[in-house]
Design a protein around this ligand. Structure first.
Ligand code: FE
Ligand code: FE
Ligand code: ZN
Length: 289
């Protein structure tokens, strides 16, 4: 049987913290997982000692979970040139988040490149590069920063492969960079994954190199190719569709790459509260052929 590294985004809270994350992933039939070290929308974080890392890993090994991915909070904006104090906070936080990622024994920290806030792509990217150099020049943790491909909502950077390449070009320690390829974002950015899967992969290979993909975010999209929206849909229920998502999950070139679902939770019948995680079913369906 083909072994696929697949899992989803999971929570990390309560008393059990990381142990709870691992149990949640196990319940989904996952062998990898991704988590935020705290709320994604703020930078309040618990001490490393409170994350329950040892107990989590002990359980993980028995559950067949060998790898985890950490996602940096999406409010970190390294591209901010408007408010210097925000840029400073972002670099400081990133430095700590890299340490936390290493302490959690994850090699990958996913990072949204940032938003240029109407200052333009060049200015924004120069600032991201400055921030990454500031952090990485003084850091030796065994952690990659995986820059996420973005949908291009608002002034988001990383909407084209070339923009990510520009970041690589400016960063001194390029060997510390990788890419997190998000199918919903790539579709929304205008790459025709559905009609020309090979063409998109070839393009990525030419600009950055497929071997740089360290994480795949497997999401369907509510919106059409090029919409620049970023609204995730459940697998097979969006504009990308099951076939294309299954193709990428089973692509031999990404055999070693963790595949992480970030699809929306479902509502119970008669309720409009999202209380049901879709991951167990979606993982099983994507694994099968
Ligand atoms: Fe993300
Ligand atoms: Fe994503
Ligand atoms: Zn997204």
């Amino acid at each position: 049987m083909e072994k696929i590294k697949i899992g989803s985004h999971v929570g990390m809270a309560g008393k059990e913290m990381f142990l709870a994350s691992v149990k949640e992933a196990e319940a989904y039939g996952a062998n990898v997982l991704m988590l935020y070290t705290g709320a994604p929308q703020n930078t309040r974080r618990k001490e490393i000692e409170e994350l329950n890392i040892e107990a989590g890993w002990e359980y993980a090994k028995k559950a067949g979970i060998e790898e985890i991915v950490v996602h940096a909070p999406y409010i970190i904006n390294l591209a901010n040139t408007v408010k210097p104090e925000i840029f400073e906070l972002a670099t400081e936080f990133l430095q700590k988040e890299i340490h936390r990622t290493a302490a959690m024994r994850s090699k990958i920290l996913v990072l949204h490149p940032g938003s240029h806030l109407n200052e333009g792509v060049e200015v924004g990217i120069a600032q991201v590069v400055k921030g990454l150099n500031f952090v990485l020049d003084n850091n030796d943790d065994d952690v990659y920063i995986a820059l996420e491909t973005m949908a291009g909502k608002g002034s988001e950077l990383g909407r084209t492969f070339e923009e990510l390449k520009m970041i690589y070009d400016g960063v001194h320690k390029k060997e510390r960079l990788r890419v997190c390829f998000d199918t919903c974002h790539v579709n929304d950015a205008g790459y025709n994954l559905v009609g020309d899967y090979e063409g998109v992969m070839q393009k990525f290979d030419e600009v950055i190199g497929l071997e740089q993909i360290a994480v795949l975010h497997i999401n369907d999209s509510l919106n059409s190719c090029g919409a620049h929206k970023d609204r995730h849909a459940n697998i097979g229920e969006g504009q990308i569709g099951f076939e294309t998502l299954q193709k990428i999950v089973h692509d031999e070139r990404f055999k070693e790459v963790p595949k992480i679902l970030e699809t929306p939770w479902r509502c119970a019948e008669g309720s409009d509260k999202k209380t049901i995680p879709p991951y167990k079913e979606e993982i099983a369906r994507l694994k099968g052929f």
